[in-house]
Ligand binder design. Structure first.
Ligand SMILES: Nc1ncnc2c1ncn2[C@@H]1O[C@H](COP(=O)(O)OP(=O)(O)OP(=O)(O)O)[C@@H](O)[C@H]1O
Length: 296
């Protein structure tokens, strides 16, 4: 087997609070091969974003965070890297796309300035001319028609869909080996979200980028991911190739997610520990599952 782009092993995370430690991740393991698109799916608060943030090294500086387990990037344990080397990976070999593009792009600078900053991470001292050329190519890759105009604009002057594409272009500008996409497009309307995901999909395929795709939207995951991990309260409860998981979900939580029951029952995050039967009742009533089967 080839070295995975990303390998997370028994990752635990807790936050120290005044009343004790809040355990958020309970030892999750996952891997992503080169060019593979892997989804991490779960309800709000299940631990998806913190996982991506640990990979990027963004939580390690937090005094309250307690992290154990290993994260390997292309065979290197990230903990063994000096802070400067680890920092240098961000925006170059691994990059991230956030949920809300408009608030993630600094409104004080033009898109060109932001773009140049990204390109400089991989190529310090890059000239304005070359940066402009590269930015124009990257924007054209995400189907932006007037790249020159967009480069001289500020994020607040562009539509949400446009900003999302700008962000995808920036995230992929240095041809990273790993893209962490945290609910991309959730802040956009459904049609625009579908279009931008298609664009992203084509680009990562072309460049064989490995992707950790974070989402609670199984419809989107089905379109995009090769393999899925389902996370529930900081534990991976099920994983498998997308088609298998959709055809034959094993864990009750996955089944519940698939039938979108958590939203219909209106109770926020489903809590199997508290009252599994009540939570599963709609599945039994409307989806034809037996309670015994779901609780197996
Ligand atoms: N800096 C922090 N300090 C304390 N608790 C935190 C911190 N960051 C995250 N958490 C907690 O960790 C848990 C997991 O958060 P995370 O953001 O990973 O959830 P998520 O699955 O990505 O949810 P969402 O879909 O809403 O983004 C939550 O209970 C959250 O409140």
């Amino acid at each position: 087997m080839t070295t995975p782009t990303l390998k997370i092993d028994k990752l635990k995370l807790g936050f120290k609070t005044w009343s004790g430690t809040l355990e958020v991740l309970h030892g999750i393991s996952l891997h992503i091969q080169k060019g593979e698109r892997v989804a991490l799916v779960g309800e709000s608060g299940s631990g998806k974003s913190v996982t991506a943030r640990i990979v990027l090294g963004m939580l390690q500086q937090l005094k309250s965070a307690r992290i154990s387990g290993t994260v390997e990037f292309e065979g290197t344990n990230l903990e063994t890297l000096k802070p400067a080397s680890r920092h240098a990976l961000r925006g170059t070999k691994m990059s991230m796309i956030f949920q809300d593009p408009t608030s993630s792009l600094n409104p004080v600078y033009t898109i060109f300035t932001l773009f140049k900053e990204v390109l400089e991470r991989a190529e310090p001292g890059i000239t304005n001319e070359l940066a402009r050329q590269k930015a124009i190519t990257a924007l054209a890759d995400v189907a932006i028609n007037e790249p020159e105009r967009v480069l001289d604009s500020y994020a607040f002057q562009l539509s949400g869909g446009m900003n999302q594409r700008v962000m995808i272009a920036m995230a992929l500008a240095n041809n990273p080996a790993l893209l962490l996409a945290d609910e991309p497009g959730t802040a956009l309307d459904v049609t625009v979200q579908a279009q931008t995901l298609k664009l992203m999909s084509a680009l990562v395929e072309k460049h064989q980028t490995s992707v950790l795709f974070i989402s609670h939207n199984l419809g989107v995951v089905r379109e995009f991911a090769d393999r899925v991990y389902v996370i529930y309260k900081g534990n991976i409860v099920e994983q498998g190739p997308t088609a298998d998981l959709f055809a034959n979900p094993q864990h009750p939580y996955t089944r519940a997610l698939l039938s979108a029951v958590p939203r219909i029952t209106g109770g926020g995050i489903p809590d199997l520990d508290d009252d599994p039967k009540q939570f599963l009742a709609p599945l039994v009533a409307h989806q034809g599952y037996s309670e015994k089967e779901l609780l197996a």
